[in-house]
Ligand binder design. Structure first.
Ligand code: MN
Length: 205
């Protein structure tokens, strides 16, 4: 298990075929204001790749962009709505097709309102991950060892979580409903960026 660090793009050919887990770290939660600093990506085989973008980056990243846009490669997220919007806004690429472990958790773990990544990894996989660096400064030229560990751990377990959550979705008869949500998720992110971030457009009032 190795965490690789790159500047401005993923090297070509470092990922195996198949689904990839993706997460992002930004300067904050307001996407147009708070720039994209780091993209983490893993093919689920045990290594994680961190790609740092400098202030003023053009986010060209052709290798990373090609993977995000690849219609034959499923992208796994936890709360993908945020990451998909950030990738669309800064890189101009819409991630699709996608899978979101938070949505799958909401559709299956109806006995709890705790759908954070830490809680999911603990309950479904039995591992303890730290969220201590979640609110740290991702904008600097150097990431601390603690930041690298944290950033990598956010993509490390998504393939395993998908395996577990798919079993539960099937058990509860919600596989098709989940797929419909995943299909809509990139459009939900586009609605966020287009000016409907909080509105429920399906609501009556
Ligand atoms: Mn993260």
């Amino acid at each position: 298990m190795t965490v690789y660090f790159h500047e401005e793009d993923l090297p070509a050919g470092v990922l195996a075929d198949g689904p990839v887990a993706i997460d992002t770290e930004t300067m904050g939660l307001i996407t147009p204001r708070d720039r994209l600093c780091v993209v983490q990506i893993s093919d689920g085989k045990g290594d994680e790749h961190l790609i740092r973008f400098a202030p003023g980056s053009d986010y060209a990243a052709p290798n990373l962009r090609a993977i995000i846009a690849d219609p034959n490669r499923l992208k796994l997220f936890h709360f993908g709505r945020f990451d998909i919007a950030a990738l669309q806004h800064y890189m101009g690429v819409l991630a699709t097709p996608v899978y979101c472990t938070k949505i799958a958790s909401r559709l299956t773990r109806t006995y709890t309102d705790r759908h954070g990544l830490k809680e999911l990894v603990r309950e479904l996989l039995g591992f303890d991950i730290s969220k201590q660096q979640q609110s740290s400064d991702w904008g600097g030229p150097v990431l601390s060892d603690a930041q690298r560990d944290y950033a990598a751990s956010d993509v490390r377990y998504l393939h395993q979580l998908k395996t577990e959550l798919d079993v539960r979705l099937a058990r509860e008869g919600r596989t098709a409903l989940a797929q419909a949500c995943f299909d809509f998720l990139p459009h939900r992110a586009l609605l966020d960026l287009a000016g409907w971030p909080e509105a429920d457009i399906f609501a009556h009032a």
